[in-house]
Design a protein around this ligand. Structure first.
Ligand code: 5GP
Length: 209
C-alpha cells in the first residue's frame, strides 16, 4: 500500500515571453495533473477573441482594479504592456493550505514578488523559445494582435528573457511534448521534498517506536 501523507501545496510559476508556448503548456498541465489548480488573474486588458471571462482572466476596469489594490485583495500585481494584472490572494492561500498546488502564468515581476514573500512555497520555471525567429513566427500565427503590438511584444520578449536566471528551472521549448514531460518531472520531485511533507514526522515516529 502506498502511504499518502499530508502535504503543503506550493505555487508553481511558469513564466516566458508571450508566444513561447506557456499558455499551451499550462492547459496541458491542467489536463495531465489532478492536484493542480490554476490561479486566474485579474486584468484591465481588453478581452481577446476566444478568451472567456473567469477562465482566462477576470476582466475588470481600471477603477475596479484600483479598489482591489486598496483593499489588499491581491497577493501581487504588476503593470505589463500598459495594462494591470493581479493575482488574487484568498484562492491561493486556501489551496496551498489544503495541499493543492497552484499554477501561475505570471511575468518576472510577479515571480520576483512572490519569491520575496514566500520563497519556501514557490517553484518557478522559465520557458525559453528555441529562437527569436520562432517566437516571432508564433506571435504572427496567433495573429490576434496588430503589427505594432507584435513589435512591442518582441521588444519586451528580450527584456523578459533577461530574467531567466531568477528561476529555479529553465526549459527550452522546442517540443511541447518534451517540455510537458519535463514540467511533470519537476512537479513530481518538488512534491517529494521533505519540507513539504508535513505528515512525515508522525509517520517516522510510528515507524521507529
Ligand atoms: P497577456 O496579456 O499576454 O495575457 O499577458 C501579458 C503578461 O502578463 C504575461 O507575461 C503574463 O504572464 C503576465 N501576467 C498575467 N497575469 C499576471 C498576474 O496576475 N501578475 C503578474 N505579475 N503578471 C501577470
Amino acid at each position: 500500500m502506498e502511504h499518502t501523507l499530508t502535504r503543503r501545496g506550493f505555487m508553481f510559476v511558469l513564466s516566458s515571453p508571450s508566444g513561447a508556448g506557456k499558455t499551451t503548456l499550462s492547459r496541458l498541465l491542467m489536463q495531465n495533473d489532478d492536484n493542480l489548480t490554476m490561479s486566474v488573474s485579474y486584468t484591465t486588458r481588453a478581452m481577446r477573441e476566444k478568451e472567456e471571462d473567469g477562465i482566462d482572466y477576470h476582466f475588470v476596469d481600471k477603477e475596479n482594479f484600483q479598489q482591489k489594490i486598496d483593499t489588499k485583495f491581491f497577493y501581487e500585481y504588476a503593470e505589463v504592456f500598459g495594462n494591470s494584472y493581479g493575482t488574487p490572494r484568498q484562492v491561493v492561500e486556501s489551496a496551498i493550505d489544503a495541499g493543492q498546488d497552484v499554477l501561475f502564468d505570471i511575468d518576472w515581476q510577479g515571480t520576483r514578488r512572490l519569491t520575496d514573500k514566500a520563497r519556501e512555497d514557490i517553484v518557478s520555471v522559465f520557458i525559453l523559445p528555441p529562437s527569436m525567429q520562432e517566437l516571432e513566427r508564433r506571435l504572427r500565427t496567433r495573429a490576434q494582435d496588430a503589427d505594432e503590438v507584435i513589435a512591442r511584444r518582441m521588444d519586451r520578449a528580450a527584456q523578459e528573457i533577461s530574467h531567466w536566471d531568477e528561476y529555479d528551472y529553465v526549459i527550452i521549448n522546442d517540443s511541447i511534448d518534451g517540455s510537458l514531460q519535463k514540467i511533470l518531472y519537476i512537479l513530481k520531485s518538488e512534491r517529494l521534498k521533505r519540507t513539504r511533507q508535513h505528515g512525515l514526522g508522525n509517520f517516522v515516529d510510528e515507524l521507529i517506536h
